[in-house]
Design a binder for this molecule. Structure first.
Ligand code: IMP
Length: 431
């Protein structure tokens, strides 16, 4: 059994929750290592549909132990709500959910700063954030003025909260946001602390001990490589490292203990929020993909922008993350397309780009170079193995492999847990 990192290889929403849920059977531990409740991982089990924002998807597999690592920012009210929801559906959390004492806390002023800063920004400067307070919370972490989950155990926690609220009211006032009552927030956060303290642990030691015992760990990425604060389309990114490197810094497991990196890609591309998206479709084909793929944000409900598969992005993601194989999702969404386009390179001012350029001004001007492949125009959602796929779908997969230099090891043809199969020559799951 191998310690595995699973990451989104486009702009998020690739269907990671579902793939994680499928491969969790191979791992005893599932770890969230970055982001916060800006993420929305959807898992469908039988007739039940679960949308998880903070809890690792492993919480839906009995016996699987779950960690929210130090690299995550935690809105305690959102965490408490999610724990209550999964408990109400019969999934126990008490002995198998562990929250890092080093993870930073999202405070109500972080959410207000996020919302009012976005509201005040000129249209071209808006990031289109989820307004969950993610960026301001990471900013406080970097500025070394944040509160951490471990602080909840301190006798003077409520007093610390009160002080932080008073300090931040100055910022809220400058932004024209409503001011917060320090006493009310302190009382609310003390009650949340009382509920969450039983889950708070030194997860760095816990995970390293599990690793030494030979138990295998799955690192569940949130968002996607193009939203990574360093490698994404900065400034139109989230505030954490969604790339594979984030799994180590966000959990405390050293790099040499990682054995496998799986990249999740959709058979096409989507993005929510602002920022460049070279293969975006503004016509009926984009609308058709949105409709067929139910492309609406799991967290905010916003319609996702849709476009063709971008092999430049996937190639870049393979390079930055060291992807061993792809999990290719939502192939069934392409079922009705007579012709499928794939972006093989970009052009900008007469120059060809095989990799994603760092300068946002260049990326914004990049024009995709397309190749056209014939569609299969039949249903793939009933396929149960690779051999079942129509020839055109197999050819499409082969072309994506060629263009990215990475094989496809898992294919998903529908939202249900069982609408997934492996390509055994690439990935043979262990019991
Ligand atoms: P933030 O993470 O809320 O600060 O938002 C920054 C950018 O990341 C915005 O464009 C969001 O739409 C995007 N974003 C954040 N989380 C997700 C996600 O889970 N899926 C897709 N986009 C996301």
């Amino acid at each position: 059994m191998a310690n595995t990192i699973l990451i989104g290889s486009q702009w998020g929403d690739e269907g990671k929750g579902k793939i994680i849920d499928v491969i969790t059977t191979e791992h005893q531990w599932v770890v969230r290592y970055q982001g916060g409740n800006n993420a929305g991982h959807t898992v469908e089990i039988g007739e039940e549909r679960h949308v998880l924002h903070l809890l690792p998807s492993g919480i839906l597999r009995e016996g699987c132990r779950c960690v929210i690592g130090n690299g995550v920012v935690i809105d305690p009210a959102a965490l408490k709500k999610e724990i209550d929801e999964v408990e109400a559906r019969g999934y126990g959390t008490r002995d198998r959910l562990f929250v890092s004492d080093r993870a930073h806390v999202i405070m109500p002023y972080h959410r207000l700063i996020d919302e009012y800063r976005e509201g005040a920004a000129a249209a071209k400067d808006k990031i289109g954030t989820t307004k969950r307070g993610i960026g301001p919370s990471y900013a406080d972490k970097a500025a070394r003025v944040g509160l951490r989950m471990g602080d909840m155990r301190l006798a003077d926690f409520a007093e610390r909260v009160r002080q932080k609220v008073e300090e931040n009211n100055v910022i809220l006032q400058a932004l024209g946001a409503p001011l917060l009552s320090a006493d009310e927030v302190a009382a609310e956060y003390q009650a949340l602390a009382d509920a969450l303290i039983p889950y708070i642990q030194d997860t760095v030691t816990l995970l390293n001990e599990a690793d030494r015992r030979g138990e295998s760990i799955l690192f569940e990425g949130a968002q996607g490589v193009m939203l990574d604060i360093d490698y994404g389309t900065y400034p139109y990114v989230t505030s954490s490292n969604a790339t594979a490197g984030g799994a180590c810094t966000g959990s405390g497991i050293p790099p040499h203990r990682i054995e496998r990196v799986i990249g999740v890609v959709k058979g096409y591309t989507t993005r929510v929020g602002e920022g460049p998206f070279p293969t975006e479709l503004h016509d009926a084909s984009g609308e058709a993909l949105r409709k067929a793929g139910h492309e609406f944000g799991a967290t905010t409900g916003r319609p996702r922008r849709c476009g063709w598969f971008d092999a430049v992005v996937a190639r870049y993601s393979a390079m930055v993350n060291g992807i061993d194989f792809w999990a290719l999702t939502k192939m069934d969404v392409l079922d009705d397309q007579p012709v499928i386009k794939v972006c093989v390179a970009y052009e900008y001012e007469g120059q060809r780009y095989e990799q994603v350029p760092g300068a946002i001004t260049v990326l914004e001007g990049c024009v995709p170079v397309y190749e056209e492949l014939p569609g299969w125009q039949c249903t793939t959602s009933t396929c149960t193995c690779f051999a079942d796929l129509p020839d055109q779908a197999k050819a499409y997969i082969a072309r994506l492999e060629e263009l990215t230099g990475v094989p496809v090891g898992i294919v998903s043809v529908g939202p249900r847990r069982d609408a997934t199969f492996v390509v055994e020559s690439v990935y043979a799951p262990q019991a």
